[in-house]
Design a protein around this ligand. Sequence first.
Ligand code: MRU
Length: 359
Amino acid sequence: MYIAGKHYRTIWMDSETGIISMIDQNALPFSFEIFEAKNYKETCHAIIKMITRGAGAIGAAAGFAMAQAFYEGARGEGRGTNYEKYTKEQLEFFVSSRNEIEATRPTARNLFYATERVYTAGLKSPEAAVNEAQKLADENIADAKRIGELGSSLITNGSRILTHCNAGWLGFVDYGSALAPMYIAKEQGKEFFVYADETRPRNQGARLTAWELQNEGIPHKIVPDNAGAHLMSRGMVDFVIVGADRIAANGDTANKIGTFEKAIVAKEFGIPFYVAAPFSTIDFSLMDGTQIPIEERSEDEVLTYSGPDSEGILRTIRMASPGSHALNPAFDVTPAKYITGFITEKGIIKSNELSRFIL
Ligand code: MRU
């Protein structure tokens, strides 16, 4: 996507230096900054702190982090050598760094998909790990673009679409999942309107989706998370598109907390509810959504609010009753029966058809 006329990927890696650059999503929308992670531990930190976030971007970051671990573990000597030439200590380092990367954000399926592929490649050589991580990032873009092309058929002039969280290009390497159909529809000259749920507690909708839509010139309004039922009951929403963090084999879908409520309300009012995600987000090893691990995050995300004051200085204020604690599950699971269809790179598919695609 373009920022002030310059093309950016959300995250990228310099294959020579091993440095990963990423758009700092914590700084947005107030300032546009690039964060650099020089080693896999710094990349893990960036994932945990959500400097980079969103299922697809987390996947790319995890793949790059795994490649960095191979560079670091090989310490120069192992570069370009065969698997047989890694020492026992090096192999142990690759396993422990993989475990560390996988512990950063447990719900996002793309993270595990990426570490598996890059780890396997890295056993041949560190260069193979880097090549695989770069390939994953390119596939991430190609899948997202295709999701956009296929999903754009759902959008017509005058469509009013509701979305939750940020499943835009910041949440992928480019294009996004839920927002990709909107970007392609915009390119096709269609005129439509988007309601962006603010998405408490971290406000990815109010901060990131709104910033992306503004940047793309797509008319939109930020709505409180609890406005969905009102808007849908008044006939103000034609359909809903959300992203996904992990989809079980039966179509049950983990996505940002609050998604499930929107799906129930959409069904109540007969409004189509679509999930946009690549196949790399589907976990065919899980029969249903009860098995999806749900990340719990710090209570501070619920109890406090951060943003710049009138002088632009970043402040964090407490916004809840002192002494009270908070529970902060980051995702919920929407049962497949609420989902009208999955917008994937292979087509718009019903839940009961997903298993047809198991390799
Ligand atoms: O906790 P986050 O911001 O990483 O949440 C993940 C998400 O971005 C959403 O749930 C999104 O809809 C998934 S697809 C980018």
